[in-house]
Design a binder for this molecule. Structure first.
Ligand code: 2PG
Ligand code: MG
Length: 400
């Protein structure tokens, strides 16, 4: 297939920050993709290219200039071929020269073009290309937003309701009801209830356990649900090498004790990033203590990087991996990360970023790769709902 860059433009993400949207054309088809952007990022992520003022004109110039020219020199027979071509062209370990945002916008659009050429749905094309068994992911719905996504009104970044009904349609319905009910409960106890960055409620509580009591009430009412958190502990690190939550300092051991008591008291399914990316001992201790009861998910620790997954497997620091295509910068490397995780016998959760766009690629990716879950935010923002809606559309496609 011959690929031509039609255009690349700057569009606003959900926080109003600029991001890249790229459109490619083959002989017969046109495909567009836009890329998200994180706020609580890991130090080892692939680097998005930003102008001094935060814009993305440099990244866009790379797509329409150097990348477009290079793509025009040859034909490609698979998305993997394009991805490795882009990595070579960039020439850095972290995609910092051309920009992971520039590269990913091309990688996703190209995957879409190949799916169109093959005449099959995107999720199916992904599953055939990467030889995986497709399946519907559980919803990891960030119903209460805290941490860096909500000015630390709550200490923990994400209070998640995990919803795993027999069908996507039922998971959607349960999420809708539970999210509404939680809103009613929260309005009954707090005067001010803003929304956080990811479309979840952002109440203010000064007791660590209160949000979990509320989540437990939801779990009691909806039996196919459970609780997860993303502690995003990079953001909780204090100057003395410990962690601070609601003005109280914790050592690694003390924070682990807190997690243990929460998991023993409430119906937990997962904890993501319980410790900061440089506190590997904290991850290892958590997995040892709780890994047979819940999944311990590595996000900032792993940054969707297959090499870092190898390292985690040898250290047994986690037993699940968060998968964010923009942390690594190409679709095929994200797919490799999923496959590596699954062959270690671990679970994957495919994730959006806190700064999102209307692109629903992660829904097709999660379904096609057969990830255990998808984390796409709360139901309070349309951009978040769209990812779950796309999963519903896929399910309909399959059953009709
Ligand atoms: C996370 C993500 C997505 P951000 O930490 O898992 O929820 O947040 O995109 O800000 O890194
Ligand atoms: Mg995270």
């Amino acid at each position: 297939m011959r690929i031509e860059v039609v255009k690349s433009i700057s569009i606003p993400d959900t926080r109003g920050r600029a991001t890249v949207e790229t459109t490619l054309r083959s002989n017969n088809f046109t495909a567009t993709a836009s890329v998200p952007s994180g706020k609580s990022t890991g130090a080892h992520e692939a680097k998005e290219l930003r102008d001094e003022d935060g814009g993305v004109s440099g990244a866009i110039a790379n797509v329409t200039g150097e990348i477009a020219e290079a793509l025009a020199t040859r034909e490609f027979s698979s998305p993997q071929e394009i991805d490795s071509f882009l990595c070579e062209l960039d020439g850095t370990q972290d995609k910092s020269r051309l920009g992971a945002n520039a590269i990913l916008s091309v990688s996703i659009s190209a995957t879409r073009l190949f799916a169109q050429e093959a005449g099959i749905p995107l999720w199916k094309y992904i599953s055939e290309t990467y030889s995986t068994t497709p399946s519907a992911p559980r919803f990891f719905v960030n119903v209460m937003n805290g941490g860096a996504h909500a000015n630390f009104r709550l200490p923990i970044q994400e209070y998640i309701l995990v919803v795993g009904e027999p069908t996507v349609a039922e998971s959607f319905e349960t999420t809708e009801k539970a999210f509404k009910l939680l809103g009613e409960k929260l309005r009954a106890e707090s005067t001010e209830l803003p929304m956080g960055d990811e479309g979840g409620y952002s109440p203010k509580f000064s007791e660590i356990e209160r949000p979990f009591e509320l989540l437990s009430e939801l779990v009691l009412k909806y039996p196919n649900t459970s609780i997860a958190i993303d502690a995003a502990a990079n953001e909780l690190r204090n100057q003395s090498g410990g962690y601070t939550l609601i003005g109280k300092d914790y050592s690694t051991e003390e924070l682990l004790e807190m997690y243990k008591s929460l998991v023993n008291k409430f119906p937990f399914h997962a904890i993501e990033d319980p410790f900061s990316e440089d506190d590997v001992a904290g991850f290892v201790a958590t997995t040892k203590a709780l890994g047979n009861q819940i999944i311990i998910i590595g996000d900032d620790l792993i940054v969707t990087n297959p090499k870092r997954i190898d390292d985690a497997v040898s250290k047994k620091s986690i037993n699940a991996v968060l998968i964010k295509p923009n942390q690594i910068g190409t679709v095929s490397e994200a797919a490799e990360a999923v496959k590596k995780t699954h062959s270690a016998g671990w679970k994957t959760v495919c994730s959006h970023r806190s700064g999102e766009t209307h692109d629903t690629f992660i829904a097709d990716f999660a379904y096609g790769m057969g990830t255990h879950g998808i984390k796409a935010g709360g139901f309070g923002q349309q951009v978040r709902r769209e990812k779950y809606e796309r999963l519903q559309a896929i399910e309909k496609e399959i059953t009709s």
